[in-house]
Structures are given as structure tokens and as C-alpha cells.
Design a protein. Structure first.
Length: 105
């Protein structure tokens, strides 16, 4: 017998909590300039309540071939990857209209 999700009441194999959580996000992607002129792509606004953030960071780092971390609920990726991050987040199931790009840095 499989476990039942406490939120949606469905078995864990077909649980839809993460899919619903992805659709409710308001994500902001921006570039930050750090010490010595290094650029950092910051992804903000993803709630970690129903989404496995460590797995998401791992997937993004692998797809973008860069270093990165999860700090204070924000994903920080080394380098300038605005368009690639948006494209990959859409592939992972986040809606494109919920992702906002801030070009100011």
C-alpha cells in the first residue's frame, strides 16, 4: 500500500501538490554584480513549501554547467544565465507568464 499525501489525499505516486505549487509561483530572475565584477544570476520567489529546492538547484546547475547555491530561499547561479534559466524553469513545469525578468543591474 502506498502512502497518501496529507494535502491532496492522493497516493504519493500521483500527487499533484508540486504541480499546483509551480503554477502559483511569481518568479523573478535578475543579475547581481559581485566582487571583482563577477556576475550572479538570482532566482527569487520560489516557495520551498511544496517544491524540492535542492533538487531544482541541482538540475539548474547541471543544465547550465555552472556553480550555484541556495541562499535564504533564493537560487544563486554563477554567471549571466537569464534566458537559459527561464527556458529551463518552463521545461521543469513553471508557467512562462509567472516568470519575470529584471534586466536592471
Amino acid at each position: 500500500m502506498s502512502e497518501i499525501c496529507p494535502k491532496c489525499g492522493l497516493p504519493q505516486e500521483i500527487c499533484v501538490c508540486e504541480t499546483i505549487a509551480k503554477e502559483e509561483q511569481q518568479i523573478t530572475i535578475r543579475i547581481v554584480k559581485r566582487k571583482f565584477g563577477k556576475l550572479l544570476t538570482v532566482v527569487e520567489g520560489i516557495s520551498d513549501k511544496n517544491i524540492n529546492m535542492k533538487d531544482l538547484v541541482k538540475k539548474l546547475k547541471s543544465k547550465l554547467a555552472c556553480g550555484g547555491t541556495l541562499k535564504e530561499g533564493n537560487i544563486e547561479l554563477q554567471g549571466k544565465h537569464i534566458d537559459k534559466v527561464k527556458r529551463n524553469l518552463v521545461e521543469f513545469g513553471f508557467p512562462a507568464n509567472a516568470i519575470k525578468i529584471v534586466d536592471k543591474w
